[in-house]
Design a protein around this ligand. Structure first.
Ligand code: GKR
Ligand code: MG
Length: 439
């Protein structure tokens, strides 16, 4: 079997005005769907970041992918590493996501691109063998994958523009009370058992109250995590960690409170000195394998937040799982706005990574049926978990009518990259810029 053709489909997906320390989400998020058609008539698919940058990077490997044997992934990986070495002298030093939103970091280009092709190849292989993807890569550690309830402070609005506006299912949430209503609604609908709050938006004391209110509402059976994407100084991070010592223990964590490996290590040292064991998790200071040894040696991070989309696919997730296990580090999974192909990628990755012991993040509740690209509609959650379907490959196929609709949306948009700062300036404060630390 050879890959006869690679088809790339840039799409846009309605997105609610969610807030984070990066700014405010635009009314549409950008994604790319990859289709690999094989010489024997099968199609493997993947979903990755969208816009001009990720699309051009995928175009850049077209000549390598077309004609390739989808089983020969190691060779593709080596070529991708070679490209990265040629283009980036300082991968380890310059690669943090402190200043760049995921998908917009040029230093992730090669692992991101490889990851999408790898997933589509594994989907193809699964379809050729009649086996679910996670069984193709060595079998599953679990049959269903738990996801967390991912809360965001947000403005009113459900995403989309004009006649294409989506219903605002959750309403505005810009204080410590409305965020609990959002959680109640999302937990009732999806059955999630762990809760994450995207912070770094309101005054830290309001965010502390938000977590306390969530604890009061759901009790200790629901582990809590808060992630301000390094909006806090070391002092503020310690203040939050201290204030939420009880709430973030028992399976919760404090995610990327301060910027940089040094900042994280200092927060950890100071919390430990107070007898506070709350683990620190990261998808900002740690974004690639080269970061892990330092994160471990300095104790800056205790839980690595993996992501098959930019860590280089599902097999790298398994490698990361073994590495974290060896080092005694925890492993969880980061997310971004995505549709069902990506959600199933995360589910297969998590199913086949034994060391992953936390519920994975997902932005999935923030997208709607109207934007789903998977045939048959939205992926179902059972008590907050996605079941690995007894179907070949990822277990999902594309709905081509939907794909065309989302492509038309993309073509009509005036932007080709995520820019949350620009959205803040447009809607909230004309002078807004991302300041780190803000508090
Ligand atoms: O969607 O605004 C967002 C998030 O801030 C996202 O871009 C982050 O990458 O969810 C992510 C995180 O955990 O940092
Ligand atoms: Mg994070």
């Amino acid at each position: 079997m050879k890959i006869a053709e690679m088809r790339l489909h840039p799409i846009a997906v309605a997105d609610a005005p969610l807030r984070s320390s990066y700014g405010r989400h635009a009314p549409y998020a950008l994604r790319t769907i990859v289709e690999l058609r094989s010489t024997d008539g099968l199609t493997g698919i993947a979903e990755t970041y969208g816009g001009d940058g990720p699309l051009a990077a995928l175009e850049g490997v077209r000549s390598r992918v077309e004609g390739m044997d989808p089983f020969q992934l190691s060779r593709l990986w080596m070529q991708s590493e070679e490209d990265a070495r040629r283009e980036q002298a300082d991968i380890a030093g310059g690669r943090s996501q402190t200043y760049l939103v995921p998908g917009e970091n040029p230093l992730d280009k090669h692992t991101r691109t490889y990851g999408a092709i790898e997933v589509a190849c594994l989907d193809l292989i699964g379809k050729a063998l009649g086996k679910p993807l996670c069984d193709v890569v060595g079998g599953r550690a679990r049959n269903e994958v738990a996801f967390s309830c991912y809360l965001f402070y947000k403005h009113a609005g459900g995403g989309g523009l004009g006649a294409d506006e989506r219903e605002d299912e959750y309403g505005e949430a810009l204080d410590a009370v409305s965020i609990v209503a959002q959680a109640r609604q999302m937990v009732a609908r999806y059955g999630f058992k762990e809760i994450k709050l995207k912070g770094g938006v309101l005054d830290p004391d309001i965010e502390i109250d938000s977590i306390r209110n969530l604890r009061a509402e759901f009790g200790p059976a629901y582990p809590l995590r808060i992630d301000p994407n390094c909006a806090w100084s070391v002092d503020t991070s310690v203040h939050v960690g201290r204030s939420l010592k009880e709430e973030l223990s028992d399976g919760g964590y404090l995610e990327d409170p301060a910027a940089g490996m040094d900042g994280m290590a200092e927060v950890r040292r100071r919390l430990l000195a107070e007898g506070n064991q709350t683990p620190l998790a990261s998808n900002v200071a740690v974004t690639c394998f080269a970061h892990v040894p330092e994160a471990w040696r300095t104790d800056a991070v205790q839980i690595v937040l993996s992501d098959p989309h930019y860590w280089g696919g599902i097999r790298n997730l398994q490698r990361l799982s073994h590495l974290c296990d060896t080092l005694g580090m925890g492993l969880s999974m980061h997310s971004n706005n995505h549709l069902g192909v990506s959600l199933m990628t995360m589910a297969h990755a998590a199913a086949s990574a034994p060391g992953l012991t936390y519920a994975c993040d997902t932005h999935y509740p923030w997208q709607t049926e109207q934007d789903e690209v998977v045939a048959g509609g939205r992926i179902a959650f059972h008590q907050g978990a996605v079941r690995i379907p007894d179907k070949p490959g990822l277990g999902v196929d594309l709905d081509f009518d939907q794909l065309q609709k989302l492509k038309r949306l993309y073509e009509g948009l005036p932007f080709r990259k995520r820019d949350d700062e620009a959205e803040m300036r447009k809607h909230v404060d004309p002078n807004w810029r991302r300041i780190l630390p803000r508090w």
